[in-house]
Design a protein around this ligand. Structure first.
Ligand code: FAD
Length: 501
């Protein structure tokens, strides 16, 4: 069957992380389909410029576009991210780690944490983190290349990167324009034209009068959502009543101390502070609720907490947590901030760009624009956003910072039903509920439950298969395996140097 009505031209409005990630990925996938891809980027409108932490899926994106981690890290002052340390979230002085890796090993179809719960019930206080190689490496500022030769079953873990978002967009732009035939136009879109009957987008006019026409449009214009929001009038689902933070102030500084292979998130009175170590600087920001602290106070707090000399003026960002009601409308798909935004607590924006563009690849339209494709795209993307929202909600809801207005408020939030069910099942006997299109899997949820000391009333009776001596011996073997694996690891800095070699 011959393909009729293929898309011949694609215009991406916006040259931030989203625009260049979409252009690079699509240009590779569509390389033999004779589709002209253009990115128009305003020289007058800045990119957001933050967005330095990722999740392990980013490495699949690198593979897809044909670059190595070493190349990306060299181009972007990148470092390793093995997970996130959460400080003061449960209460002040307390800390736990969300690793990109497993806890222990399942046995006879029973998840490891069930045996751990059984042993806890019997009085063993060893923390769950003792059975996560990834956590142990991170806390010791160590790294090893896990997929090449895992030293044992526990050696299976994943990692992501921290990078300078501006350098990352430049890196992708070079690749897209010099190797993949993407056209780059410098210009500000001032007008958008639509078909008089269908309302489909037909072209954009730039400030200097040039017109760019296309069959398919990708809106990567950032928070202003120029095409999907402003032109096609797609409304916004606001989740501020669930996740109260709506502003951030960002400010990089010099590093004072070792190069840690993880992001740190520290809870503060009206939100939380990120610390993201790069090779040349440390990224810092205070994400806060403007109903609970003023911009000036938040900025002063951040400045007072910098570990080294500030390297830029404070950068204030406002946002509304939520997403567009539809991500794909007519012949336009929004990616990145134009599609929606959830605060960067688990670094989920860039991965949403990645999954969005991959989904577009899987549902790529012809000029008929069968509405079924857009409906499916919107269905899945909405689920993906909702599942991430619920994971973030758990971070807030489970806090025990009593007597602080914002933290007291978030403990009173009415949680969405899927999250209530998930937590109920865990509270019953540690059962993990998995939904469709979840970005965070059991070990991630487990790290939160354990970190916030949410303990089930019982454990799975199947865990009683093993006797206490059998479990004693298995658990001490696991800890020994982690110690052996750690002895093979190198320092984070040595790992980065080995990538350069
Ligand atoms: P932008 O960076 O805003 O780019 C928009 C582009 O559109 C620009 O090139 C601009 O010039 C162009 N444009 C706008 N209007 C026009 C016009 N009229 N004509 C032509 N061009 C136009 N994500 C993570 O994954 N990890 C993180 O750690 C993380 N931290 C964050 C912290 C904060 C405080 C915020 C606000 C966001 C964070 N993000 C993070 C999100 C991440 O920064 C964005 O998802 C990502 O950078 C994509 O942004 P974007 O390309 O959609 O938008």
């Amino acid at each position: 069957m011959a393909q009729t009505n293929p898309v011949r031209s694609l215009l991406i409005v916006g040259g931030g992380t989203a625009g260049w990630m979409a252009a690079t990925w699509l240009a590779g996938r569509l390389a033999r389909q004779n589709i002209q891809i253009t990115v128009v980027e305003s020289p007058d409108i800045r990119t957001v410029g933050v967005g330095e932490a990722t999740v392990p899926a980013i490495r699949d994106y690198f593979r897809d576009i044909g670059v190595t981690e070493a190349e990306v890290m060299a181009a972007t002052q990148g470092t390793v991210k093995l997970g996130i340390e959460f400080r003061d979230w449960k209460r002040e002085g307390d800390s736990f780690f969300h690793p990109f890796g497993l806890y222990g090993m399942p046995s006879r179809g029973v998840a490891f944490h069930q045996f751990w719960l059984k042993r806890r019930a019997e009085g063993d206080a060893t923390p769950l983190a003792a059975y996560s190689l990834c956590t142990q490496l991170a806390m010791a500022n160590q790294m090893m290349d896990p997929p090449v030769s895992p030293p044992n079953d526990l050696g299976v873990f994943n990692w992501a990167v921290h990078f300078d978002a501006g350098l990352y967009a430049q890196f992708l732009r070079r690749k897209a324009t010099s190797e993949l035939g993407v056209t780059h136009v410098d210009g500000t879109v001032v007008e958008v034209s639509k078909h008089p009957e269908t309302g489909f987008l037909t072209g954009v006019t730039l400030k200097e009068g040039r017109v760019l026409e296309a069959d398919l449009f990708i809106d990567c214009s950032g928070f202003r959502s120029l095409l999907l929001g402003q032109q096609l009038g797609v409304g916004y689902e606001d989740w501020t009543h669930l996740l109260p933070c709506d502003r951030a102030v960002a400010m990089p500084c010099e590093r004072d101390g070792p190069l840690t292979p993880y992001t740190r998130s520290t809870a503060l009175a009206a939100g939380w502070q990120w610390r993201i170590p790069l090779q040349h600087r440390v990224g810092n920001g205070y994400v806060y609720s403007s109903r609970h602290i003023s911009d000036d106070e938040a900025t002063a707090t951040l400045i007072s907490r910098l570990e080294g000399r500030a390297l830029a003026e404070p950068n204030l960002l406002r946002f509304q947590t939520g997403h567009r009601h539809r991500f794909w409308e007519k012949n336009c798909i929004a990616l990145g901030l134009a599609a929606g935004f959830m605060e960067p607590l688990e670094s989920t924006s860039i991965v949403l760009v990645q999954s969005g563009v991959e989904r577009l690849g899987a549902l790529f339209p012809t000029l008929d624009f069968d509405p079924a494709l857009a409906d499916e795209y919107n269905r899945i993307t909405t689920l993906e956003y909702e599942r991430i929202r619920d994971f973030l909600l758990l971070h807030y809801f489970a806090n025990r910072r009593e007597g602080e207005a914002m933290w007291d408020q978030v403990r009173q939030v009415t949680l969405p039903e899927p999250l209530v069910h998930k937590m109920r099942m865990f509270a019953s006997r540690g059962t993990m509920v998995r939904y469709e299109w979840e970005s965070f899997h059991d070990p991630s949820w487990l790290s939160m439950y354990a970190g916030f000391e949410i303990t089930p009333r019982a454990y799975d009776p199947m865990a009683d298969y093993f006797t206490k001596p059998e479990l004693d011996s298995a658990f001490s073997r696991m800890r020994a395996a982690i110690t052996r694996a750690r002895a093979l690891a190198m320092s984070h800095e040595a790992f980065l140097s080995s990538l350069k070699a």
